[in-house]
Design a protein around this ligand. Structure first.
Ligand code: NI
Length: 224
């Protein structure tokens, strides 16, 4: 599933994120890349020891994990600490798939879902689309500041060169309770119907049946 989620960060959170990113020290993005990705990665990332990271993570991860569309579509088990990337002029990230297993030994997790939170307004830079290969062709994504896109980590994807301005994003990876993208998509659709039924007709027999089916499908398919 490729899902765009608007309004992960509101204007106030975004303004603070920008303040913090202006102070933070950026380093070459290749330092955090695996062997294959290192050859195609041309960006900068906030230094892993930067003092701004705690507040950045609180704002960005908080906005993401509290968002109802994110929760329903991703069913997160573990959410990684984000990276904050900057693409200045001529920077890009060539075709790659994200690492399958991430995290330090002892706290490793599988990447099922990749998320990019757009921090710059689309007018602030030229190019810089995130292009995701799907079964239905390549899909270019360039969203409003504060919006996010989530997509299967197994997808081949790249970031087009930025030809003017500056592109700031936060990227993170999630291990879902539901490993299969097809099962996650079915559950999300069923849950959207369930939530509407719980609002509109909480006491109806069909609401109870759909609710029980959803809850028990999550139980049947989840790995925790
Ligand atoms: Ni990637």
């Amino acid at each position: 599933m490729l899902l765009e989620i608007p309004g992960v960060l509101d204007g106030r959170a975004l303004a603070r994120v920008h303040e913090l990113l202006e102070q933070a020290r950026f380093v070459d993005g290749r330092l955090s890349a695996g062997l294959a990705a290192r050859r195609v990665k041309h960006n900068q990332e906030v230094d892993g020891s930067a003092s701004e990271l705690a507040e950045l993570n609180q704002l960005v991860m908080g906005g993401l994990v509290r968002h109802p569309r994110f929760k329903s579509a991703v069913l997160p088990l573990r959410v990684a600490t984000p990276f904050y990337a900057r693409y200045g002029s001529e920077m890009n990230y060539g075709d790659h798939v994200d690492d399958p297993v991430m995290g330090a030994p002892g706290s490793q997790y599988r990447s099922d879902v990749s998320a990019t939170v757009f921090l710059s307004a689309p007018e602030a830079y030229e190019g810089g689309e995130l292009v995701i290969n799907t079964a239905f062709g390549a899909h270019g994504v360039k969203l409003a500041a504060g919006a996010a896109v989530v997509y299967p980590s197994s997808s081949l994807h790249h970031v087009n060169p930025v030809t003017a301005g500056e592109r700031l994003v936060a990227v993170t990876w999630i291990q879902s309770m539901i490993r299969s993208p097809e099962q996650r998509e079915l559950l999300d659709g069923l849950n959207l119907a369930r939530e509407k039924m719980l609002r509109d007709a909480p006491d109806a027999e069909e609401t109870r049946r759909v609710d029980v089916a959803y809850v028990n499908l999550v139980r049947m398919w989840s790995e925790v």
